[in-house]
Design a protein around this ligand. Structure first.
Ligand SMILES: [Ca+2]
Ligand SMILES: [Ca+2]
Ligand SMILES: [Ca+2]
Length: 464
């Protein structure tokens, strides 16, 4: 059971980045999470959309019925896109320069049409022109861009004068198995739906790694990617725009390894802006962000966002920050030394309410939960396990329902869990105060490892 999570972690460790030791946190006191981004975040904004769609998805295509698969082989979530039939090989030409090969990549990317499968061979392709992909597949004729089997494909742009690539008005497009580095934003997504971005590495960008904040988007699947070492605003995922100018919905950020976003002005791990809704952030490992590991605002009354089964370690701001309209369950949050495990407060017009925070395990040197403006309706904070060196809950929880929470004095209740993140087994020991402490009213069927909860109901992220 636990081995599943360990297997997932080993997969991340196999990147050769065994970075257990938390970066020394020498930052002075940081802003409290009112992360107001500057209105213009990109030095090379795309041309305005000539035909903005005020209703992003009035009649969505057939739902591809994504299949979650945490801990198993294959994608942690698979949207089930068909494999396109028309194979186009892009083989690196050693007689040409890296930039000339980059030009060939650019040309291939900008020539894609429904049914094409672009298979790329090993090499570093350095792009210099604007790479703008406008490739519209269909449910039966998708488009794929992928590294060939066993091939190591690296797409690079020197400097940050423009985005590494723009995906502008695309659908049913898969991009997988490719290393991306450099540029301003790494992958900028504009007016897209049904995008499967799987098993890529994005790093060393001059801005956020992946953005979808220009034009509405939906059904974006970001699965099992490795994202690290961004700069400037430096979010790993920046989805939706300030003040709901554009939104995303039914977007999945699943199974990604996100780390070392601290050489940034902001560096949120996953940021989903106000008005975006029905998004799922699950099964990610997020370490050493500058702003929160996960930041969601509110959905403006639409379907809630779900944050579950994430492991979040050593963020400079809170592990998770939320205003409203979210279900937050089965997460393990380990030490946000300058902030809180979970922070909840009003943010960009979203007032706390419609929040369910259940079955999380939070161990921190600061508060586990910091709240303000918790006077709203329908707030539940239940069946969590909290260990703090500075007071578990900070702020007035108002009318919120609190039940089944366990407050620990030390970490001996767990099999092997350490505040510095070097041990992450949050399974409760037999006989510990966690066993049987859960309130059945707020029980979740599954736990952090996506295993069924059985027997007595344990509080916290992991069943005993
Ligand atoms: Ca171009
Ligand atoms: Ca941000
Ligand atoms: Ca149990």
């Amino acid at each position: 059971m636990r081995e599943i999570r360990f297997r997932a972690l080993w997969r991340f460790w196999s990147f050769g980045l065994v970075l257990f030791t938390l970066t020394a946190c020498t930052a002075s006191v940081l802003p409290d999470g009112e992360n107001e981004d500057p209105p213009v975040e990109n030095p090379n904004p795309p041309a305005p959309d000539p035909d903005p769609d005020p209703d992003p998805d009035p009649d969505p295509d057939p739902d591809p019925d994504p299949v979650p698969n945490p801990g198993g082989d294959g994608p942690t979530m698979d949207p089930g896109f068909a494999v396109p039939a028309n194979v186009i090989n892009l083989n690196y030409d050693d007689a040409l320069t890296s930039q000339e090969n980059g030009d060939r990549f650019e040309q291939a990317m900008e020539s894609l049409s429904a049914g094409d499968r672009l298979v790329i061979s090993s090499g570093t392709y350095t792009v210099t022109g604007r790479v703008s992909v406008s490739a519209n597949g269909t449910v039966n004729n998708t488009i794929s861009v992928e590294a060939g089997e066993g091939e190591e494909v690296h797409i690079h742009r020197d400097g940050d004068s423009q985005n590494l690539i723009d995906i502008d008005n695309a659908s049913y497009l898969t991009i997988k198995g490719i290393e991306w580095s450099g540029g301003s934003a790494g992958i900028r997504i504009i007016n897209c739906d049904y995008l499967f971005f799987y098993n890529n590495e994005v790093h060393s960008t001059g801005d956020a790694a992946v953005t979808a904040n220009s034009g509405n988007t939906s059904y974006l699947y970001f699965v099992d990617n490795h994202i690290h070492d961004t700069t400037s605003t430096g979010e790993a995922f920046y989805l939706g725009a300030n003040n709901a100018v554009s939104i995303t919905h039914h977007t999945y950020v699943v199974g990604n390894y996100i780390h070392d976003l601290q050489n940034t002005d902001q560096g949120d791990g996953v940021e989903i802006k106000i008005g975006s809704y029905a998004c799922v952030i699950s099964d990610n490992v997020i370490e050493r962000t500058n702003y929160p590991g996960i930041l969601v605002y509110g959905t403006n009354g639409r379907e809630r966002n779900v944050i579950e089964r994430n492991i979040i370690v050593g963020c400079r701001e809170s592990g998770i920050q939320v205003a409203s309209d979210a279900l937050i369950r089965n997460n393990l949050i380990i030490d946000s030394p300058n902030d809180s495990g979970i922070r909840s407060q009003s943010h960009q017009g979203a007032t706390p309410g419609n929040l369910t925070i259940v079955h999380n395990t939070i161990i921190t040197s600061g508060p586990c939960l910091s709240v303000s403006s918790w006077g709203g309706d329908n707030i539940v904070f239940a069946n969590n396990v909290l260990y703090s060196q500075g007071g578990e809950i900070s702020g007035n929880t108002g009318n919120a329902t609190l039940s089944g929470n366990v407050f620990l004095n030390d970490l001996t209740a767990f099999e092997d869990l350490k505040l510095d993140g070097t041990a992450r087994n949050a399974t409760p020991k037999a006989g510990s105060p966690i066993i049987g402490a859960g309130d059945a009213t707020y029980a979740e069927d599954k736990d952090l490892n996506n295993d069924d909860r059985e027997g007595t109901l344990e509080s916290g992220a992991v069943d005993g």
